[in-house]
Design a protein around this ligand. Structure first.
Ligand code: FPP
Length: 255
């Protein structure tokens, strides 16, 4: 029993309840890394690590919603991940199929708008159809809904390149003057146009790099790195990341 419980005389509470006492970031993003190493340590194929990683995603996304995090965004498949063995790519696509089906069936009841961010045009046609269905349902949810976003075939540089291209077309067509291009105009052309920038970006598995994730949006994000491999990442690890975030002093370039 923690000190808070002793002081209040309350017994141990569900961890989701516990967090409500403290502020939580509005937008948390995660680079779900370490699935392959988790599997290797157990003598399992890499895809087994991704399967458990997908379960961890469900647990942590649900926890974030329960404690009041409005936006939860994960890096699920990068523009570079197509280079992986076909068997592994296929396994990841199947996990997306399963999750999108589940999202379509449950998101309205749960009040969570599921979104997929990235260049979706090269994904298998059936997955694109699933994404369209999920986005149509997400559009029916009101302002109060939490948003869980999966970045699939996502690359930060690719996203910025696409935004620049769209702006260049607008200029060429005479719809936009170059001097009217602002940081806001650029943000509005990114996949994340309708959400705030991430406050906290978590990278498990001991790697300390951004790997092309939310390059523009992370300008003032706080980073949190931990050695825990993503399949082992628990609600306690999320609490630790949020506590660490709450101790930071965010000055956004001021003093
Ligand atoms: C990086 O770990 C992880 C990925 C490339 C895939 C992440 C995807 C999932 C956890 C599945 C998500 C599915 C849903 C439904 C959200 P790695 O394979 O690079 O690990 P390693 O660095 O240990 O090799």
């Amino acid at each position: 029993m923690g000190i808070f419980d002793r002081l209040t005389g309350r017994g141990p509470r569900a961890s989701g309840e516990e967090r409500k006492d403290r502020p939580v970031p509005r937008h948390i993003a995660v680079i779900m890394d370490g699935n392959g190493r988790w599997a290797k340590k157990r003598g399992l194929p890499r895809k087994a690590g991704h399967k458990v990683g997908a379960e961890t995603f469900r647990t942590i996304a649900t926890y974030c919603k329960d404690i009041g995090v409005k936006y939860f965004t994960v890096y699920a498949f990068s523009t570079e991940n197509w280079k992986r063995p076909q068997d592994e790519v296929d396994a990841l696509m199947n996990l997306f199929r399963t999750y999108l089906k589940e999202a379509a069936e449950t998101m309205v009841a749960r009040g969570v708008a599921v979104r997929v961010l990235g260049d979706l045009s090269v994904l298998p046609a059936d997955i694109q159809r699933q994404i369209d269905e999920v986005h149509a349902l997400a559009d029916t949810l009101g302002e109060d809904a939490a948003t869980a976003s999966l970045c699939i075939n996502y690359g930060g540089r690719d996203e910025i390149k696409n935004a620049v291209r769209a702006l260049a077309h607008d200029v060429q067509a005479g719809r936009l003057r170059p001097e009217d291009i602002t940081e806001d105009t650029i943000s509005a052309h990114l996949y994340t146009a309708h959400m705030p920038d991430p406050d906290l970006i978590i990278r498990p598995s001991g790697e300390v790099r951004t790997s092309n994730f939310l390059l523009w949006q992370s300008a003032y994000s706080e980073y949190y790195f931990t050695d825990v491999l993503w399949p082992d990442f628990s609600t306690k690890d999320m609490d630790a990341a949020i506590d660490d975030f709450n101790r930071r002093s965010r000055r956004f370039g001021g003093v």
